[in-house]
Design a protein around this ligand. Structure first.
Ligand code: NAI
Ligand code: MG
Length: 520
């Protein structure tokens, strides 16, 4: 009972994702519709739903079964051209969008948030069907967080002030924060709705127009959101949404000369390709990439909380989080007990049908991802890490993987260095503060980190020493919209969410006026 209570309290603490909307989007349990109608399969360009120019389509799978769910339009170069043209027209000087009162842009974001809230149960069911995440998470975490993010950005457009500058001489100088222009946004499959809203929010708030490329595994909720964008009243061309693959559709967006900025979330490997390409045109680029985040548990922590939060840090969303706490460093005095309790917790983790309201873990997104995870598990076993539990595919239908825990992991094992992106926990032992900071920082990545200790002085010293964009102390995955998120080192460039993200959707212009001397 105690662990059940701790678990609920701790998970609520972690899922601050949804917290800011508690008053309007309350957490509740409902039964998800396991057969939501799939209403949209076509591209959204200039506020119209259209087939791909080639008429090509691609299959979308249900990861719980491996069966084909439907087929959607497969956008390529020609469709990217049309979408960019629509976004460029919408951005031209004197257009409805450029003349719109900034507060009206905020009202459109609020309206879109209202519509997502109205269709929360439908969107959550569609997200679970297509992505496999438990319906209770889609409904109580993902969709409420989308609403919170859009409402946060809805407050910004009429508050993006410039400055008056103290230039010398008879001059009057001021800065303006102007929209960058046409933006290409490419998102992955692990949080399809959330990442869509992380992209729409700052782009609209800043006054940009955009082309969003959905992930080829999970296009369904994004294509439906297109209808809500139209219903909300966004002018044609302001937001265009494409389903298509990476190497053709994504790459063509990245290279397009009329796209002024690329915002990408996905693998570090593709992030490097995109960065090299955009550098050629000095195109503004933000990259939110992979991680191998250290989670540091000191012997003086609250052990119940640390065990539960460390479990959550790794296993949430089937382990498919760029910021997953995937290197769990535990201090020697509590190491054995921590391992034992973490194994017990993983044993209790309920894997299965994501529409069952007791399910904690659904399938991985694809066969390919499942194979990647199983291959890394094998490498851990071969390298001599101790497999405490799990290690296999779960069942023979869909893409399920057993909750897996390794102890006795060595810093040089592949499972301690590479992003696994699955339900596989690595536990490592450490002795001292200095040692653990150095080992935690010994990674090409630097997205997130966490510290569990009751000694806040120590927690602050360690937080300051960690090379990571987000550090959580005695909690994990707090995703309040006001908090910036992004990586040091190869975890990326720039920040998502928060006012920091707005900076990457604006250019600073300085206007200087010579003051006439005729009155002197
Ligand atoms: P990916 O990076 O290939 O795909 C992410 C997005 O990029 C998709 O929309 C895809 O169509 C697009 N894309 C792929 N190649 C592109 C190109 N050349 N130009 C433009 N866009 C392109 O990720 P993938 O293959 O699905 O997963 C591989 C690994 O990446 C995972 O195992 C995981 O480690 C990591 N990953 C990290 C994510 C994060 O949140 N940072 C999200 C998804 C995957
Ligand atoms: Mg890929």
């Amino acid at each position: 009972m105690l662990s059940k209570l701790v678990s609920r309290q701790v998970i609520n603490q972690g899922l601050r994702l949804a917290n800011r909307t508690a008053s309007t989007v309350a957490q509740q349990k409902i039964v998800g519709d396991r057969n939501p109608d799939i209403k949209h399969r076509r591209l959204f360009i200039n506020n119209e739903f259209v087939d791909a120019y080639s008429k090509n389509v691609f299959e979308v799978l249900n990861p719980s079964t491996g069966d084909v769910l439907t087929e959607v339009a497969d956008a390529s170069d020609r469709d990217v051209d049309l979408a960019v043209k629509a976004a460029k027209d919408a951005f031209r000087l004197g257009s409805e969008w450029r003349r719109m009162d900034p507060a009206a842009r905020g009202a459109l974001l609020n309206k879109l948030a209202d519509l997502i809230e109205r269709d929360r149960a439908y969107l959550a069911a569609l997200e679970t069907l297509n992505n496999g995440k438990p319906f209770q998470d889609s409904y109580n975490v993902d969709i409420p967080h989308c609403v919170a993010v859009l409402r946060y950005y809805a407050g910004w457009p009429d508050k993006m002030n410039g400055k008056v500058l103290p230039v010398g001489g008879d001059f009057f100088s001021y800065t303006r924060r102007e929209p960058i222009g046409v933006v290409g946004q490419i998102i992955p499959w692990n949080f399809p709705m959330i990442l869509l809203c992380w992209k729409i929010g700052p782009s609209v708030a800043a006054g940009c127009t955009s082309i969003i490329k959905l992930d080829e595994h999970t296009p369904l909720t994004g294509l439906y959101t297109a209808e809500l964008i139209k219903e909300a009243g966004f002018p044609p061309g302001v937001i265009n949404i494409l389903s298509g693959d990476g190497p053709h559709c994504g790459a063509s967006l990245v290279k397009h000369p009329d796209v002024h900025k690329i915002a990408f979330t996905g693998s570090t490997q593709v992030g490097k390709i995109i960065g090299a390409e955009t550098a050629k045109l000095v195109k503004r680029t933000t990259l939110e990439l992979g991680g191998k985040s250290p989670n540091i548990v000191f012997a003086d922590c609250d052990l119940d909380t640390a065990v539960e939060m460390s479990h959550f840090a790794l296993f949430f969303n089937q382990g498919q989080c760029c910021c997953a706490g995937s290197r769990t460093y535990v201090q020697e005095g509590i190491y054995d007990e921590f391992v034992q309790r973490s194994v017990e917790r993983a044993k209790r983790r309920k894997v299965g049908d994501p529409f069952d309201d007791t399910t904690e873990q659904g399938p991985q997104i694809s066969h390919e991802q499942m194979d990647k995870i199983l291959d890394l598990i094998d490498s851990g076993k071969r390298a001599g890490a101790k497999l405490q539990i799990g290690g296999q595919r779960a069942g023979d239908k869909g893409f399920f993987v057993q909750p897996t825990v390794f102890s006795d992991v060595n810093d040089n094992h592949r499972i301690a260095r590479e992003e696994i992106f699955g339900p596989v926990m690595q536990i490592l032992k450490f002795k001292t503060v200095d040692e653990v900071i150095e080992r935690a920082n010994d990674s090409d990545y630097g997205l997130a980190a966490s510290v569990f200790s009751k000694d806040l002085d120590k927690a602050i010293v360690v937080s300051n020493g960690l090379r990571a964009g987000s550090v959580w102390v005695n909690t994990y995955d707090n995703f309040d919209p006001v908090a910036p998120f992004g990586g040091f080192k190869q975890s990326g460039l720039g920040r998502e969410k928060s006012e920091y993200s707005l900076d990457s959707y604006t250019e600073t212009k300085c206007v200087t006026i010579k003051i006439s001397e005729r009155n002197s």
